[in-house]
Design a protein around this ligand. Structure first.
Ligand code: B12
Ligand code: SF4
Length: 498
């Protein structure tokens, strides 16, 4: 289909001019063992390439000496993507780079900067600029401004910068792309990454049926109000057209020979008609692709018809973002999920033969021991194959975080941003409330893990082999051995599920 249109979107087909200005994107590391590259910097890279820049990506997860590698490329500026837990790594990289290359321009973006724009730039002199929200337009404008030295920084939406007197200014009106602009985006510049290495390392969640797995995001923004969510893409739900989505999937298949695709949308089923259309389109493509929704669908926004269509489209794993089985906590979280309908839908998905999964947040500010028990009992009645239980992490900018700050509920551990991530199987609460002490929270969550994973051989096996794969990610023979083990010993499951 429409292969001649690929070139419009495929930045790998654009020749790099010998005098092109060099720009480096950097993904700083957090110790969660995840090797999935960030879709944001992949998209921004493609856009910069289209605009004549020579772009390289440096991923601290994959580099041996990232500073040395960046210096060897000698970019005029670098752009770092940054979740809260990565702030420390991002800052260290910039400090060390600035020692070797004092004139290098450092720009930071992503969830942490978007949540705390002024604080981040004020506290980190090694970051020259920050861009809040979706940076496609503002980054290009900033680079043009820096190159021409016009100093018109006040005109760039969402930019955070220092004045000559070193005052930090945060421009309002961050930008969000509209549907048509999303359609015009080039495909992510995956060709800049060592994709074969990434394919061998990526394990997105507990189950994978493919060996060459890549993500796609077909919409941005979410109108819901969940109190634990950063909502980086804003409240307004915006979508790519069906043609653009199918074109990207076909391109991923042709160019990278993917055998599995996963949807990273925040709220794929927000518009049910659109969800049906995408699945119909996937079916019509007739590609031998496995599909998963590991990110979490809203469990009260699916129905039999949609699930059946998913099955036809090659979906094998449906992750639900239930987050809590307690009505009390659902209210605290402002998620307001219809828990009865959610339970019916998980059962329905299981009966239709999907792998089912859900997240569960424990210790949301205001939650009690009783509501945790209510929540856990709810989940234990559901036919779930995977169950990601995490302690609540109050990410800056979220309502959960505001509540904790207001009530002085953050623990000592919460003073360091590097602790703001979900350490599965290691319980170190960031929140302590009058309703639930850290000790009680730790005990509750450990008990949940033991009940769910240690009382089922299959689940224990799945989890321990996933940990083994992550642990030995740099040792391919052991990785292969674990794959074979999973494929052959996984009782009653598809042999390809490795
Ligand atoms: C897909 C996803 C993942 C995937 C892929 C992660 C990855 N490497 O990108 C997986 C499952 C691996 C993952 C892991 C984690 N994730 Co995650 N993830 C997401 C999700 C659902 C979508 C991200 C995405 O692809 N967006 C699409 C692209 C186009 O947008 P974007 O990345 O935000 O980029 C745009 C802007 O942010 C900005 N921008 C981004 N980078 C840069 C850099 C520069 C220089 C500039 C100028 C601009 C800029 O411009 C981009 C284009 O518009 C978001 C929720 C969300 N909707 O944002 C959570 C989210 C980003 N994840 C989150 C978290 C916490 C994590 C983990 C820490 C979880 C953990 N292990 O504990 C890890 C961190 C991994 C890492 N090192 O980055 C939080 C971050 C909150 C925070 N303040 O820290 C989010 C916001 C969810 C939430 N709770 O609200 N995640
Ligand atoms: S958690 Fe999901 S549904 Fe809730 S606000 Fe965030 S993106 Fe929307």
């Amino acid at each position: 289909m429409l292969k001649n249109e690929f070139t419009i979107y495929d930045s790998s087909t654009i020749p790099i001019a010998s005098d092109a200005i060099r720009f480096a994107f950097v993904q700083p590391k957090i110790p969660d063992g995840n090797y999935l590259p960030n879709l944001g910097i992949m998209t921004l890279s493609a856009l910069l390439i289209k605009n004549g820049y020579h772009v390289k990506i440096f991923d601290e997860n994959l580099s041996t000496d990232i500073k040395k590698e960046i210096c060897a490329f000698d970019p005029f500026a670098i752009g770092l993507t940054c979740v809260t837990a990565a702030l420390h790594s991002a800052s260290t990289i910039c400090q060390e780079l600035k020692k070797q290359k004092p004139n290098i321009v450092t720009i930071v973006g992503g969830p942490h900067l978007s949540a705390l724009p002024k604080e981040t730039i004020t506290n980190h002199k090694e970051f020259d600029y920050g861009i809040q929200g979706e940076a496609e337009k503002s980054l290009l404008t900033l680079l043009k401004s820096l190159i021409s030295n016009d100093k018109l920084y006040h005109l760039i939406p969402g930019l955070v910068y220092r004045t000559e007197k070193q005052n930090v200014i945060s421009n309002r009106a961050e930008q969000f792309l509209e549907n048509k602009e999303l359609d015009e985006l080039p495909f992510p510049a995956w060709h800049l990454l060592p994709m074969e290495e990434i394919f061998s390392k990526v394990t997105h969640g507990l189950f994978s049926r493919g060996k060459r797995i890549m993500p796609i995001m077909t919409s941005r923004g979410c109108p819901n109000y969940c109190g634990f969510c950063c909502r980086v893409m804003g409240f307004k739900f915006r979508t790519m057209s069906l043609d653009r989505i199918l074109l990207e999937i076909q391109w991923l298949f042709d160019k990278f020979q993917i055998d599995e695709v996963y949807f990273e949308d925040d709220t794929f089923t927000q518009d049910p008609t659109r969800a049906h259309e995408i699945l119909d389109g996937l079916i019509a493509l007739k590609l031998p692709l496995k599909v998963k929704f590991a990110n979490g669908l809203r469990a009260d926004k699916v129905d039999r018809e949609l699930l059946i269509k998913m099955k036809q489209a090659g979906v094998y794993w449906v992750g639900f973002g239930i987050e809590s089985g307690s009505h009390h906590t659902q209210k605290l979280m402002r998620k307001f999920l219809d828990l009865n309908l959610a339970a019916k839908n998980v059962q329905l998905a299981k009966s239709l033969g999907f792998k089912t999964g859900s997240n569960c947040i424990i210790g949301y500010p205001g939650e009690t021991k009783e509501s945790i028990r209510e929540s856990v009992n709810y989940f234990f009645k559901l036919p779930l194959d995977s169950f990601a239980v995490v302690t609540c992490v109050p990410f800056p900018g979220t309502t959960a975080w505001q509540e904790c700050v207001k009530n002085n509920w953050l623990t000592e551990r919460a003073k360091e941003y590097k602790n703001y991530w979900f350490e599965i199987f290691k319980v170190s609460p960031l929140i302590e409330t009058p309703y639930l002490s850290s000790k009680e929270l730790t005990k509750e969550i450990q008990w949940v893990y033991i009940r769910f994973y240690f009382f089922s051989f299959k689940r224990l096996f799945l989890v321990s082999t996933m940990i083994l794969r992550k642990f030995f990610s740099k040792t391919p023979p052991i990785q292969r051995f674990v794959r074979i083990l999973r494929a052959n010993l996984l009782l009653g499951s598809n042999k390809h599920e490795i």
